[in-house]
Structures are given as structure tokens and as C-alpha cells.
Design a protein around this ligand. Sequence first.
Ligand SMILES: [Zn+2]
Length: 217
Amino acid sequence: MRTNPWLEKSKLNLIPLSLANEFKEALKEWTFTGEVQDYGDASVECELCEHPELRYHFEIKNEIKESTLWVGSSCILRFQEIGVFDEDGNRLIDKSSRSKELNRQLKKALEDKMLEPLRKLWKVFDKHSDERQFIERAVRNYKLQSAFSPIELLKLFKLLQSLKINYDPKNYKVSLRSDDNKYSIYSIKNEDLELIKPCFTNEQVKKHISLISKKYY
Ligand SMILES: [Zn+2]
């Protein structure tokens, strides 16, 4: 009989880190911890099945043996014995709710990564300062719309740069949905537009090519 290489590798990697010697039983000892890592590009391998080219790692833990593995979300979904729990500690059984929970944790991790430089920035300024109020307002708007306006983002990036706080522009989403946001692009200088250009998705570039490309002539 032909064996599935991913499955064979998973057994070899999991059983030594588990108490049980049988794969299915061993899987039951493991749960998703809620920790997610983003590597920016598809550069890591699943520590369970050794599948390469993953961008995100999800952590699973064996509480009995205190061992951990960083794996792809598809492994957690494929092996239903691995525990996934919701915020209230209920075990999720069906595939769609397990998948939803992994996505929720991923979104949270990405948002944390995006907010971290802004928290540093916020701390630099005094209470009641215009800058602090601006940062708070921008983050509040972001939470409502899941994206920043182009002007807000530009101002945040300039503040981060002036204070030499590291940030990755690719972690920030920009909204071009409203007319205000669209037309504000015209008021942005070319060199400033370069700062927020990494934030545009391919879809936004395609859809608003005339708006964005005009700036390069
Ligand atoms: Zn895997």
C-alpha cells in the first residue's frame, strides 16, 4: 500500500514529543495555543508534516510533555484530534468553526504586529498632546473601518520615521472606498505617496490605477 509522505512525517515528528505511542491518541494530547507568527513571506516549514513554504505558523502544545510545535493551519484542520477552543474555552468540533477560530487568531496577531509601533509612538507624546489625540483617533477609525485613510497613514508613517521607530508598511491597510479618501490621494506629494504605496493591495492598484499612476508621470 502506498503511504502518504506528509502523514508519515507527521507521525515521526509528533510521537516522540507525546506520551502515547499511537498517532491518533498522541494527537489528542495537543491543543492550539492561540499563538501565531507571521514571517512576511512563504519561508517556513510545518514542524509537523514538514510542508514547506508557509507564511504563518500556528503553535500547538502538548501539556503533558510540555512540548510545542509550530505548524501550518491546514495541519490543525486536517487532524481534528488537535484541540481548538473558542474564547470561552469551548472545544470546537466542526471544521468551519475551527477554521474561523484560527483565522480570528491570525487576524489578531497581524493587528498586534501593526499596532505595536503605534503604541511605542503613542507613549512618546504627552497626555493631551495633539499627536497623542491624533494617534488615538486614527486607531479608533482603523477599528471601525479595518483600514486607515491615506492621510492618516501618511502622518503616522512620518511620525514613526521622525522618531526612528521601526515599522513594516506592509502591515498597514489603507482604505480608498470613500470619495474623500480617493481624492485625498491628489493632495499627496509624489515622494509622500511612495511611503504609503506598499500598503495598497494589488486589487486597489488595479482598481485605482488612474488615481495612483497619475502621480508617476
Ligand atoms: Zn503541516
